[in-house]
Design a protein around this ligand. Structure first.
Ligand code: P1T
Length: 383
């Protein structure tokens, strides 16, 4: 499906302008921790890089452009961004969480924040009635959605959840990492806050760890800005520079990721050694119509169950040459991940079973290589 044509232009001009002193076309890396002051408190708008840094400022402006939001904030990782969002809530708050979030998100909530009295309730958000029956108007302060989900590629109806959130005075957060801002716009669908692991598609080259938060509310922005400044989980200037550079190619990369992923999913669907394929772009994905209604493209993530037992999985992984076995996703190179033993090992076992994260499940981050080479690689390993 198409990316909005104007977004190809937007990403190449992510709000940056030539540097005024030298005319450098690219935003310089202001690799400095501190800034000179003419008198105490008198300076050119920057005093200390944890508070503000010119390279980071440009990046945060670019983040806001990407999600068409009023504000953007950057963090040292996707999880640092998520942590900041929880930290704007009162201790003891109740939060409804989509049950199949990234394993690290679940770990952050269950093992770190639960210690501080937060009450996280994990529910199947494909079913809006489950959200309604678990929400408490006086207690639930936030609903946390990931869509498509990692690794089973389920879809959550953002508009539907936004209506429930509004009715109950709860904030709606959407982790938009799997779609990238070019294939899904949660704020336009009613979300209050969007979060990204910029380590993935926005970074796109598997060379940085980062996070982003985008939102429209001034009040929430100020709270998050305070957490960012007081907590200090900010990215280094060089990482801000690398992200600004990556954003310029986000359009062409996402178009190609999606094109290759569709081909890979169709190939896997027809293979005799594959039991099931999870990709929202396939017509027989149970939520294909919902995906089509809220996404402008299906992105580049494909999961599937291999037939056979774990020894077949190991043999398959060993034979792959183009796909590399590694955690993470969204880079230009194709990766394969075994969620049960890798990214989702921290998910409680009963929940893993319920979600279908078993030893036969594999997750592909389909890169931008040639489609023929990707399919030939899978074909060789599958046979
Ligand atoms: O790794 P980090 O930048 O902290 O981002 C965490 C994160 C948040 N949200 C989603 C949807 C994610 O997929 C991730 C990180 N995921 C992986 C490392 C992975 O391989 O799935």
């Amino acid at each position: 499906m198409p990316i909005n044509p104007s977004d190809f232009t937007l990403v190449v001009h992510p709000g940056t302008s030539p540097e005024p002193v030298t005319g450098a076309i690219m935003t310089p890396i202001f690799q400095t921790s501190t800034f000179v002051q003419q008198a105490p408190g008198v300076h050119k708008g920057y005093d200390y890089s944890r508070a503000d840094n010119p390279t980071r400022e440009k990046l945060e402006h670019a983040f806001a452009l990407l999600e068409k939001s009023r504000f953007g904030l950057s963090f040292a990782s996707g999880l640092a961004a998520e942590q900041a969002i929880i930290q704007i809530l009162e201790p003891g708050s109740t939060i409804l969480v989509c049950e199949d979030v990234y394993g690290g998100t679940g770990r952050l909530f269950r093992r770190l924040f639960a210690k501080y009295g937060f009450d996280f309730r994990f529910v199947d958000m494909r079913n809006l009635d489950e959200i309604k029956s678990n929400i408490n108007k006086n207690k639930t302060s936030m609903i946390w959605v990931e869509t498509p989900t990692n690794p089973t590629l389920r879809i959550v109806d953002i508009k539907g959840v936004a209506a429930i959130a509004k009715e109950n005075n709860a904030l709606l957060v959407v982790d938009n990492t799997f779609s990238s801002p070019l294939f899904q716009a949660p704020l336009a669908l009613g979300a209050d806050i969007v979060v990204h692991s910029t380590t993935k598609y926005i970074g796109g080259h598997s060379d940085i760890i980062g996070g982003a938060v985008m939102l429209n509310s001034q009040e929430l922005y100020e709270k998050l800005k305070f957490v960012q400044f007081a907590g200090g989980a900010t990215p280094a200037p060089i990482e801000c520079f690398l992200l600004l550079r990556s954003i310029m190619t986000l359009g062409v990369r996402m178009e190609r990721h999606e094109k290759n992923a569709i081909k890979v999913a169709e190939f896997l669907e027809g293979h005799k050694n594959v039991r099931s394929v999870y990709f929202p772009g396939l017509k027989n994905h149970p939520q294909h119509d919902l995906a089509k209604s809220q996404m402008t493209g299906f992105s580049g993530m494909v999961s599937f169950d291999l037939k056979g037992d774990y020894s077949h999985v190991l043999a398959f992984l060993e034979k792959l040459k183009v796909f590399t076995l590694a955690e993470s996703l969204g880079g230009v190179e194709s990766l394969v991940n075994h969620p049960e033993k890798m990214t989702h090992a921290s998910v409680p076992e009963d929940l893993r079973r319920k979600l279908g994260i078993n030893s036969n499940l594999l997750r592909l981050s389909v890169g931008i290589e040639s489609e023929e080479d990707l399919i030939a690689d899978l074909d060789r390993a599958l046979s």
